[in-house]
Design a protein around this ligand. Structure first.
Ligand code: 5GP
Length: 253
């Protein structure tokens, strides 16, 4: 597959055309931004960590019956995807109160949300991604009611799968953001699912394991991304190649 011209460039990813019909290449760049681009940096290898985690999660979701745009990885930063007509919605599922809903509503941070809460924002940085409701989405012709029901059902299904996967690694999925797109009449999960788009807390220590480390200068972002990427993708490595038992060492006196 040959990479062709740039189709779109976002804050942390670039999308290229290819010589194959219906296939695009997404490049996960090393740029990191927060607060609508108000805080910006370049962190070497950050793109690879997000690409690795996204590819792993898309693969896991596909195995569990979720339609995603993921096709394959070309290298550590470039993912081949199905071309979609993107729906400009940020579909956020929240399992624990944190972030903007604590700032905007009288929730106490850390309160469990059961059942999970779905919040849908309009993807438009110039308007600061305002929250939508079903009527606004339909009136703006962003999606039909039928599509919206399908998107919400799929989002909750993805949430159940991810909560389960991450719990195995001692990680709480606090909330995460998804984007969907159409190919013909089918709706696929697009964009990425990574440390940039999930809010993750260590179950034991409560430590942030995601972009909040960058947003709020909580520590070494790259060390966090490295550790969490290892934890999330560990299951696959263990399954593919069972680790050999370490030879016993004679204790030193
Ligand atoms: P909040 O609304 O609390 O800022 O974000 C809720 C969740 O959605 C967090 O996990 C956050 O990372 C994700 N999220 C919200 N907006 C965006 C966005 O514009 N880009 C990305 N990558 N993630 C977002």
């Amino acid at each position: 597959m040959k990479q062709k011209g740039l189709l779109y460039t976002g804050k942390a990813k670039s999308v290229y055309r290819t010589d194959v019909k219906g296939r695009l290449i997404v490049e996960f760049r090393d740029d990191i931004t927060a607060f609508d681009g108000g805080k910006k940096d370049v962190l070497v290898n950050k793109g690879s960590y997000n690409a690795e985690v996204s590819a792993f999660i898309f693969g896991y979701l596909e195995k569990n019956g979720v339609k995603t745009h993921f096709v394959t990885m070309l290298d550590s930063k470039r993912m081949v995807v199905r071309e979609l007509s993107m729906i400009p919605l940020e579909v956020i599922v929240r399992n624990v109160a944190a972030g903007s809903i604590v700032r905007n509503y009288p929730f106490v941070e850390g309160t469990k949300l059961n059942p999970p809460v779905i919040v849908i924002d309009y993807k438009d940085d110039s308007r600061h991604d305002p929250m939508l409701n079903d009527d606004l989405i339909v009136a703006l012709r962003l999606a039909t009611r039928h599509e919206l029901e399908k998107i919400k059902k799929t989002a909750l299904g993805i949430n159940r799968l991810l909560v389960k996967l991450l719990a195995l690694q001692g990680i709480t999925l606090v909330d995460f953001k998804m984007e969907f797109g159409r190919a013909g009449r089918t709706i696929y999960l697009g964009d990425e699912i990574s440390m940039d788009s999930m809010r993750l807390w260590d179950r034991k220590t409560g430590e942030s394991l995601d972009k909040d480390v960058y947003r709020f200068s909580k520590g070494d972002v790259m060390a966090t991304y490295d550790r969490v990427a290892g934890r999330i993708t560990k299951k696959m490595v263990v399954k593919a190649k069972p680790a050999k038992a370490e030879p016993e060492r004679t204790p030193r006196r």
